[in-house]
Design a protein around this ligand. Structure first.
Ligand code: FE
Length: 294
């Protein structure tokens, strides 16, 4: 579904505080990826805990997939651009991750899942974003939503800017997912060459933009050029009322993400994110006893 919306003007666009280049790494059974939002940035980008970008035409980079592994205490959002993966979890959900689809998994008190390629060759590309849960919600029941490409609302603006509203609300359009407390806004944006887009954001929300095709000028009068595969952390200036993105040097695609910070202690041990070390130890013990898979 695609809706035509009226452009919104941001009076005081956020400046770019810092541009981050991701770190090449591997996860699961040897899947090569770029970790863009790393652990040292978790406080700055609270409530977001991690952003991985993956993209390869070489089967050897992804064929091992992500065999069974646990999570507790947060939500995972998988955004597929190319390729197919099969999701299976201990709650009994089965889903196909296909181009344009989004999977929103609330691990809550615990889930064990796998994501395995359903192709032997060809391109596999997308993102995984981790969104923290508030202390009061960490032990909630696990949930999984498989959102088909057609169920992600798309906004079209004059000039040809397009936004897929994965979560939150913008330009009067509600996204596929609404989450209380962290109020995440997740937009997958495509801008033709020469087109500028304003997106209102609450000044208290932490926000970043990850450019994954082309390059973008981000900010107001003094904009910062953000090259492909770089994440711009957007400053929370008092009075700043949104983001301004301009595709000055050709068409560009960008993931724009913002959310309300939780301001709670973050304790992470691999796939568990809690508030204290004791809670992490309990998560690990529960996993070993098989409690997370029930
Ligand atoms: Fe996982």
């Amino acid at each position: 579904m695609s809706v035509v919306a009226t452009p919104v003007h941001v009076g005081q666009p956020r400046a770019v505080e810092r541009v981050v280049r991701g770190q090449p790494t591997s996860d699961g059974a040897g899947v090569r990826l770029t970790r863009v939002l790393t652990q040292p940035l978790q406080r700055r980008l609270d409530p977001f805990l991690m952003l991985d970008a993956f993209g390869s035409d070489a089967a050897g980079d992804y064929i091992g997939g992500f065999p069974d592994h646990p999570h507790r205490g947060f939500e995972t959002v998988t955004i597929m651009l190319a390729g197919r993966m099969r999701h299976r979890d201990s709650v009994g959900n089965v889903g196909l991750l296909e181009p344009g689809s989004v999977q929103w998994m609330t691990a809550g008190r615990g889930i064990v899942h796998s994501e395995m390629p359903e192709q032997q060759e060809g391109r596999m590309a997308g993102f995984q974003l981790w969104v923290n849960l508030a202390a009061k919600d960490k032990m909630t029941a696990p949930q999984y939503r498989d959102i088909a490409p057609a169920d992600v609302p798309e906004i079209e603006l004059d000039g040809g800017a397009r936004m897929r509203v994965i979560a939150g609300e913008t330009h009067g359009v509600r996204g596929a997912v609404q989450r209380p407390t962290t109020e995440p806004l997740v937009l997958d944006i495509a801008l033709p060459a020469g087109v500028r887009l304003d997106v209102p954001l609450p000044s208290s929300h932490n926000a970043f933009a990850f450019v994954y095709d082309g390059s973008l000028d981000v900010g107001g009068d003094i904009a910062t050029r953000v090259e492909c595969e770089r994440m711009a952390i957007l400053a929370n200036g008092a009075g700043a009322d949104g983001a301004r993105l301009a595709a000055a040097a050709g068409p560009a695609r960008v993931l724009l993400v913002a959310g309300r910070p939780l301001r709670e202690p973050i304790a992470q041990y691999g796939p568990f994110v809690m508030n204290t070390t004791e809670e992490l130890q309990a998560a690990f013990a529960d996993y070993q006893r098989g409690v997370l898979a029930t």
